[in-house]
Every structure is written in structure tokens, then in C-alpha cells.
Design a protein around this ligand. Structure first.
Ligand SMILES: [Zn+2]
Length: 179
């Protein structure tokens, strides 16, 4: 089975997307705007003009609510090489991130990066996306690998073919596959 089809990754992505929708709904409520209205679209544009003022979940949700004028995908989610999407995808990372209670510092940043990769996986090579996608469910559970663990995982990833990489489901599979 391919990782992209596996419930472990699918439910992690759904969990992130539900949290983006919830963040957007409460942001709209705080702003006195009803979601899914023209006013909400204007609010999304305001958010994207200065992502550093907003939480990353609000920024990612705003991107989801904009259509790329050049390629027609959700803004930032088109193919690599679409100038508008490449630019929007870069903006994404200017947003604020606040760790949830009782997680290691940096967990929220890791979730942000990993979920951005997993949600726009066609923008990344199998090698570039494997580590992020393998980790995302654990990150959502509050884990955070040490730098040494991350480097070890990267080392293992670099030894596998694209096909092998796409069939990894958990971080443990990575160790098994490489021994
Ligand atoms: Zn585009």
C-alpha cells in the first residue's frame, strides 16, 4: 500500500484540515464576518497581505479559500513553477506559530511544515516529502524528534528508491527497510 492511501496519513491530514477550518471559523467570528461570504474572501486577502500578523492555521485556511489567478488551483497548492503559487507558498511560512500546551517547543513549527508538505505533496519529490509525511501523525500526537533523530531519518531516506519511499507508512518502517 502506498502511504498516501493509508489511513494513518489520511486521518492526520484530515485532522489538520479540520483544525484549519475551525481556526478560520473562529477568526471570522472574531472579525464579525460570516464564513463563505464575499466579506470572508476579502478577509482572506487581508490575512495574506501580512501573514506575520496571524496564526499559521488562519493563514493556511485563507490560502485554501483563494483561487490562484494563474493556474486555478487553491492558492499556493498549484504545481511547482506557477509563480503565484510559489510566492503564496513562501508567504505561508511568515505566519505565527504557537505551541499547544504540553508539547516540546517547536512541535507546532514541525506540524506546520509537515502538513504543508503533506497537503501539497505533488509539489515535492518522494524523497523530499517522505520524512515529513511519516512524522506528521506523531507530531500531532505531541512528539518531536531530536536533531540527531531527524538526521538519522534523513540518512535512511536517502538510501531508498522513490518507490520504496512511497510505501513507508511509519517512521519504524524506515528503520526496518534500511537494515
Ligand atoms: Zn497557481
Amino acid at each position: 500500500m502506498l502511504r498516501v492511501e493509508h489511513p494513518r496519513l489520511q486521518s492526520a491530514i484530515r485532522q489538520v484540515e479540520d483544525s484549519l477550518d475551525a481556526a478560520w471559523d473562529s477568526f471570522c467570528a472574531d472579525s464579525g464576518v460570516r464564513p463563505e461570504t464575499p466579506e470572508a474572501s476579502q478577509l482572506a486577502e487581508v490575512v495574506l497581505q501580512d501573514p506575520s500578523e496571524f496564526d499559521w492555521r488562519v493563514v493556511d485556511a485563507a490560502l485554501d479559500r483563494m483561487i490562484c489567478p494563474e493556474c486555478g488551483a487553491k492558492l499556493g497548492a498549484g504545481v511547482t513553477g506557477c509563480p503565484s503559487c510559489d510566492q503564496a507558498n513562501g508567504f505561508r511560512f511568515g505566519a505565527r506559530e504557537t505551541d499547544r500546551p504540553d508539547v516540546p517547543p517547536g512541535n507546532e513549527h514541525a506540524i506546520r511544515v509537515s502538513s504543508a508538505v503533506a497537503r501539497t505533496r505533488h509539489r515535492y519529490s518522494p524523497r523530499a516529502r517522505a520524512g515529513y509525511e511519516l512524522l506528521l501523525p506523531d507530531l500531532l500526537d505531541g512528539a518531536l524528534p531530536t536533531t540527531a533523530q531527524a538526521q538519522h531519518a534523513k540518512h535512511l531516506v536517502n538510501q531508498l528508491t522513490d518507490d520504496e519511499l512511497e510505501r513507508l507508512i511509519t517512521p519504524a518502517d524506515l528503520d526496518r527497510k534500511s537494515t
